[in-house]
Ligand binder design. Structure first.
Ligand code: NDP
Ligand code: BG6
Length: 514
């Protein structure tokens, strides 16, 4: 295969790899993909990455020739890795089928290499092993960094400098957190770019891989009834709500350094907001979409501390069971002020959204687990059927569009209708698209979509560095202020609806949480 001249180290850029693929087409060179899960012994690898790779294999989405390598410091044999992985694989795709045979085939393609993350020597041995499997084919390599962020750069440096002559592309998936403020994020980007081109870095935000988040643009841009309403003229407010009915159990150490604003708002909810609010992109091309998202993020008004409520869950006893408070976790300092809940009002200072509150709410240890987008429309002007004109029993007559990201994925629109009968009583009902009723196939996990996109070089659902910079520019001053002022979070009982302050915040902007 042809040699590629690359940047400082031997990882070829996308452009070079694409060129090579074209050049190699004449010779019909077969290609192969080697996927290395760095940090394979960890929680994310077991819970999400290996099961997603298996689901892709089961669905026939992986190339004919592929090899999966787990890499971590823990000592493990190939057989032990397969044993570990097999425990988390499920036949969730089609429950009627026995996919044991497929699992066996898949596991035979999984291998393990023990190594340090900062050892070039260990990565050189990995490279040799990968080469053996690649067997002279056009070699494409995907590294998934499923490790704590403080070792990202070491791993990328060693992986890149040990790969001798990769003939195809090399891509690296990076997991959040991407820094903890503008400065640390920029430093991480700068370090990664010593070894990688921007188009080789796939920054993952798994919320962008969720089915209903992907559907957001389809809903808006392919239905004539929605797009014309998508502005301050008809929309009164938009809400992005994330809640979990469990605490930070087991992840307190990580969480205490970040808090809910960095863990959920600055990335997952802000990404959804950008997709929701962007202008129509020129095309569905990744760069066109990401250009529009960046514009939204850059048009956002700085967030004011008085438009933010923070909370922290405390221990509670219900039905004889005691649920621990956040600071009861042994890995969390007793006097920690880290928020496990936050609500905020954000504004986009552009012509489309001038004055429309975009409310965000994210919390752990709340009464329910859900993620949804709520679009509350304005009152019908001169509504014939308002309360004062008599004849209706409605308190709120505005329409509301709800996109339920999880669980029970669905989209419903609250409309007003007449209660059947001889009188004239109004009712509010849902026009309901419940995915489980409409589609028999299970919805793929977000990691399946994202891994497949990374293999195919589709960047639409990954975060570009300027998007990341804009997201941090919005949240960094707020986080700094909260931390410098040592703002005390409002305490809320485990399993409750969160701090009441969130309701006052909404009311201040003339909004009721959905
Ligand atoms: P883990 O803490 O389980 O770490 C993964 C592996 O990295 C471990 O098995 C361990 O492997 C190695 N490791 C852990 N700590 C250190 C250390 N201090 N120095 C060197 N190696 C270390 O992480 P997760 O699997 O939970 O997450 C991986 C990445 O994904 C992280 O960046 C995390 O923030 C992110 N993430 C995780 C989510 C989750 O649900 N778990 C959700 C979203 C993002 P060994 O000792 O064998 O080398
Ligand atoms: C992760 C956060 O990014 O998303 C976790 O770090 C959170 O704190 C998780 O629990 C939620 O993801 P999902 O897909 O389970 O809603």
């Amino acid at each position: 295969s042809a040699e590629i001249k690359t940047g400082p180290l031997s990882i070829p850029s996308q452009e070079a790899a694409d060129k090579l693929v074209i050049e190699s087409n004449g010779g019909e060179q077969q290609s192969t993909v080697s996927i290395t899960v760095v940090g394979a012994s960890g929680d994310l690898a077991k819970k999400k990455i290996f099961p997603a790779l298996f689901a892709l294999y089961y669905e026939g989405c992986l190339p004919e020739h592929f090899t999966i390598y787990g890499y971590a410091r823990s000592k493990m044999t190939d057989a032990e890795l397969r044993d570990m992985v097999s425990k988390t694989l499920t036949c969730r795709i089609d429950k009627r089928e026995n996919c044991g045979e497929k699992m066996e085939e898949f596991l035979k393609r999984c291998f393990y290499h023990t190594g340090q993350y900062d050892s070039q020597e260990h990565f050189v041995t990995l490279d040799k092993k990968l080469k053996e499997h690649e067997g002279g084919r056009l070699s494409n390599r995907l590294f998934y960094l499923s490790i704590p962020p403080n070792i990202f750069v070491d791993a990328v440096k060693c992986a890149s400098s040990s790969a001798s002559s990769i003939s195809g592309w090399t891509r690296v998936i990076v997991e959040k957190p991407f820094g903890r403020d503008s400065k640390t994020s920029a430093a991480l980007t700068k370090s990664l770019k010593q070894y990688l081109e921007e188009d080789q870095i796939f920054r993952i935000d798994h919320y962008l891989g969720k089915e209903l988040v992907e559907n957001l643009s389809v809903l808006r841009f392919s239905n004539l009834i929605f797009e014309p309403l998508w502005s301050r003229q008809y929309i009164q407010n938009v809400q992005f709500i994330f809640s979990e009915d469990f605490g930070t159990e087991g992840r307190g150490g990580y969480f205490d350094h970040y808090g809910i604003i960095r863990d959920i708002m600055q990335n997952h909810l802000l990404q959804i907001l950008a997709l929701f609010a962007m202008e129509t992109p020129v095309s569905l091309d990744a760069e066109d979409i990401r250009n529009e998202k960046v514009k939204v993020l850059r048009s956002m008004r700085p967030i004011q501390l008085e438009d933010v409520v923070i909370g922290q869950y405390k221990s509670t006893t219900k039905g004889g069971v005691t649920y621990p408070g956040y600071t009861d976790d042994k890995t969390v300092p007793k006097d920690s002020l880290t928020p496990t809940f936050a609500a905020a009002a954000l504004f986009i200072d552009n012509a489309r959204w001038d004055g429309v509150p975009f409310l965000m709410k994210a919390g752990k240890a709340l009464h329910t687990r859900s993620a949804e987008i709520r679009v509350q429309f304005r009152h019908v002007p001169g509504n014939l059927y308002n309360r004062n004109s008599g004849g209706t029993n409605l308190d709120r007559t505005t329409n509301e569009l709800v996109i339920r990201v999880q669980p029970d994925e669905g989209i419903y629109l609250k409309i007003n209708n007449k209660v059947p009968g001889l009188g004239m009583r109004l009712d509010q009902s849902n026009l309901n698209l419940l995915y489980s009723a409409r589609y028999s196939k299970e919805i793929p996990d977000a990691y399946e979509r994202l891994l497949l996109d990374a293999i195919e070089g589709e960047r639409r659902l990954f975060i570009r560095s300027d998007e990341l910079d804009a997201a941090w520019a919005l949240f960094t001053p707020l986080l700094k202020e909260i931390e410098e002022k040592k703002t005390i979070p409002e305490f809320y009982p485990y399993g409750s609806r969160g701090p009441v302050g969130a309701h006052y915040l909404a009311a201040k902007h003339n909004v009721q949480w959905g």
